[in-house]
Design a binder for this molecule. Sequence first.
Ligand code: ADP
Ligand code: MG
Length: 546
Amino acid sequence: MQPQIILLKEGTDQSQGKGQLISNINACAAVVDSIRTTLGPRGMDKLIVNPRGQATISNDGATIMKQLDIVHPAAKTLVDIAKSQDAEVGDGTTTVVLLCGELLNQTKKFIEDGVHPHAIVRAYRKATNIALAKINEMAVKIDKSNPTELRNILEKCAATSLNSKLIHQQKDFFSKMIVDAVTSLDPLLPLDMIGIKKVTGGSLEESLLVKGVAFKKTFSYAGFEMQPKKYNNPKIAMLNIELELKAERDNAEIRVDNVAEYQKIVDTEWNILYEKLDLIVKSGAIIVLSKLPIGDVATQYFADRDIFCAGRVTEDDLKRTMKGCGGAIMTTAHDLNDSVLGTCELFEERQIGGERYNLFQGCTQAKTVTLILRGGSDQFLEETERSLHDAIMIVRRALKHDAVVAGGGAVELEISKCLREESRSVASKEQLFLAAYAKGLEIIPRQLCDNAGFDSTNILNKLRARHAEGGKWFGVDVTNEDIADNFAACVWEPAVVKINALTAASEAACLILSVDETIKSPRAGQDYSQGMQQPGMAGRGRGRPM
Ligand code: ADP
Ligand code: MG
């Protein structure tokens, strides 16, 4: 009798081989199924309630994937590619997940027939290279020498991205606003220089773009209303100092045995405060912002001298004001001079809906803008913010990278056609895998049709025929249940979105295909997501003796 070799701990779950691969592919298919209906302008939204009971309504692939809290180890790869697509280009997150799922799905029949996954992986890598070359060849360069032309192009890009969102009816309004916002930034287009504030109430069209910094009026004391609310070219002091008298009992314990002594302490307290206020006033600043509270005495003191003040400004806003208006955030009232004071062209406090906003416009240093969004409900505003974020990313990308392709499944079909032609020139079984990749790409136009309620087989047939005749920009027309030249219809997308999505999707597909065994140790088996716990540590929690 052969002695049994025990290699792994008792209870270890080990699954391997073909069965394991198929089960990984199925897990990915399940994830894809959960977001496939969100693709495209006619995509549906998802309402996700988290364990704390907060509801999110979203159409954005990355947001949904993040909220889903997937524990399957292979399916987690899809979450990762959605996140990386979001971070890299900011759009095309649903596309990337859908593509990866479909590429895997196409391989299932080969795996079941006993094809070695590496043969497929090799063919998929080749197909990706062909596809990328094709996109680069097709992409249309944007001419940046003509500003009006460029602006037109950017607005169209933003509108395409907003097409599939909740706010698609206001897309003209918002695409103008977004292009205004992005083009007023520095050449590097830093994303954190675009602030987005939300004020509930009012209609979407009442949203406004402030070329500068804006934040909600902070808590204030009596005396605030006497301060002027509008200045031209003010000097702005940004402080991290408390300008408030504190009750003695908060500070320290002091023992005194007569009233005179006590009076001295109180006087000193006031003197310290007055000294600070005096220094600030002498510096010439007429707007005083502080991260810490500004008390009633200080507020009144400033009001008497026609100075505007705001305490408890959040760190984000103060930093953006500093970056926008110049100067520095000071932790002392001494040496306040022109080099640390910021300035802007116009400061005013304005009523926006039910809120009062402090607006700093025409910033001198870095260019910064703030979008103030208006709308009915919080959730709606949040989805609006996410949609605008997508569109902002697209415009930034289009400005940085200067090539666009037609969307609505047009590029995918053209690449698919090109791959099919290529596959016919290959003699080995690679031919089948290239054709499978080509078929996988068709998922994008197919899903766009399905989501819009069209007959996808019919439209895909028309599209294939049109592409074979050389109509390379033909894609799904979601308004007329037909096909259309999407380049002419301005359904554009930056080429990088497609390049990134294709690369990431096929990388992930190859990664999943090359895994043929999962070994789960018994402890980790209870919860994959906390696989950090070492089996040997079982039973010994934090703080307990080993
Ligand atoms: P993603 O998260 O991948 O960006 P979207 O829901 O934004 O997903 O859908 C993007 C897809 O919808 C792209 O393939 C794009 O080409 C397509 N699309 C957007 N607008 C239109 C339109 N007006 N007509 C046809 N297709 C469109
Ligand atoms: Mg999108």
